[in-house]
Design a protein around this ligand. Structure first.
Ligand code: 8YV
Length: 330
């Protein structure tokens, strides 16, 4: 039922019906049933007159968008990573931004561990070989690769997801765990996940399986490039479930082609959904389309949490996971 006094919100991508219905109980909702990824101009046009936006990592909210939509009060991201939001620009304009931490930690860690295992044990490469009809006999060295259990697990970025991956390696697979992070964990947290702090150079040199779980920022852009890949063991694997742009994809494709590292597993890419063509032509890489958080339960929890934030901000409540709560007290 239409009621012009109710706040209007934009749901920028197709999401669960139940979540759209929850929003529709409070707001006039414009949904995106075609699930088009809108251009910036289209996003700005759709946001006219809207007090709130339910967005995903595909929508970029920057100063230009905010200035063109002065009535916007809340941008609620269905993602824990928020490099698609200019947080300082939101704060400067009194716009509340939120993300979805915690609800995806274990699911994303499951996937990161699975991708690391698939990469080490050459699952994709061997499956493609079988599908091509090339499996004619057993051979002692067919798709031979490194072990996962007992190997040194390296983690770059030791937030919630990094710790959940470390715990899996330490408790489930007897892996010595080393990590590098901007700040060192408290000793009790290090002990819980069996992790030792090392410098970035030591991490690169000592890891058998290196997993990237850093947030993206200008400082982490190409944190792994040709020089860093050159410090890794030639038998090592690299897995990135964080963000495209942290790894220099062109340098990685070259290192993989020249077997300077053994293999890589990538769920995120620079400029995704485009994938660097050189990555598509090397066999020793497992490629997945940014699905680390994609379990039914977790995606619903993420969408519900983004909706909880939007409902709270626009109805005068306290959003559960704000990124800039200071705008509410201003
Ligand atoms: C999302 C993610 O699926 O939460 C994140 O930061 O990368 C994923 O879980 C993606 O960002 C879409 O919003």
């Amino acid at each position: 039922m239409s009621d012009s006094n109710r706040p209007r919100v934009l749901v920028a991508r197709r999401v669960f019906d139940s979540v759209v219905q929850r929003l529709a109980a409070h707001f006039e909702v414009e949904a995106n049933d075609e699930d088009t990824v809108w251009s910036k101009a289209e996003l700005i046009a759709r946001l006219q007159g809207k007090s709130g936006a339910f967005i995903t990592g595909s929508e970029r909210i920057d100063a230009e968008v905010l200035d063109a939509c002065p009535q916007l009060k809340a941008v609620c991201n269905m993602a824990v990573g928020y490099n698609n939001i200019d947080l300082a620009a939101c704060t400067a304009r009194g716009v509340l931004a939120s993300n979805t931490p915690d609800v995806l930690t274990e699911t994303t860690a499951d996937f990161g561990f699975a991708l690391m295992m698939a990469t080490a044990r050459r699952l994709a490469e061997s499956e493609h070989f079988l599908r091509r009809g090339e499996w004619s006999k057993w051979a002692y060295d067919m798709f031979i690769g490194p072990d996962v259990h007992g190997a040194t697990l390296g983690i770059l970025g030791m937030g919630r997801i990094g710790r959940a991956i470390a715990r899996r390696g330490h408790l489930g697979f007897g892996m010595p765990v080393i990590y590098h992070n901007r700040s060192r964990l408290a000793p009790e947290l290090e002990a819980e996940v069996g992790a030792s702090y090392v410098s970035k150079d030591e991490l690169l040199a000592q890891s058998d399986h290196l997993v990237i779980v850093l947030p993206y920022s200008p400082e982490s852009h190409h944190a792994i490039g040709a020089a860093e890949l050159g410090r890794m063991k030639s038998s090592a694997t690299l897995t990135n479930i964080a963000r495209g742009g942290i790894v220099d994809d062109a340098a990685l494709a070259q290192a993989l082609a020249e077997r300077r590292i053994a293999a890589a597993g990538l769920d995120v890419f620079e400029g995704e959904p485009k994938v660097h063509p050189a990555l598509l032509s090397v066999p020793n890489v497992v490629l997945t389309p940014h699905i680390a958080s994609a379990s039914v339960r977790t995606r619903l929890a993420m969408a519900d949490l983004a909706a909880d934030n939007l409902i709270a901000v626009l109805t005068g409540g306290s959003p559960p996971t704000p990124l800039n709560p200071q705008v509410l007290s201003g």
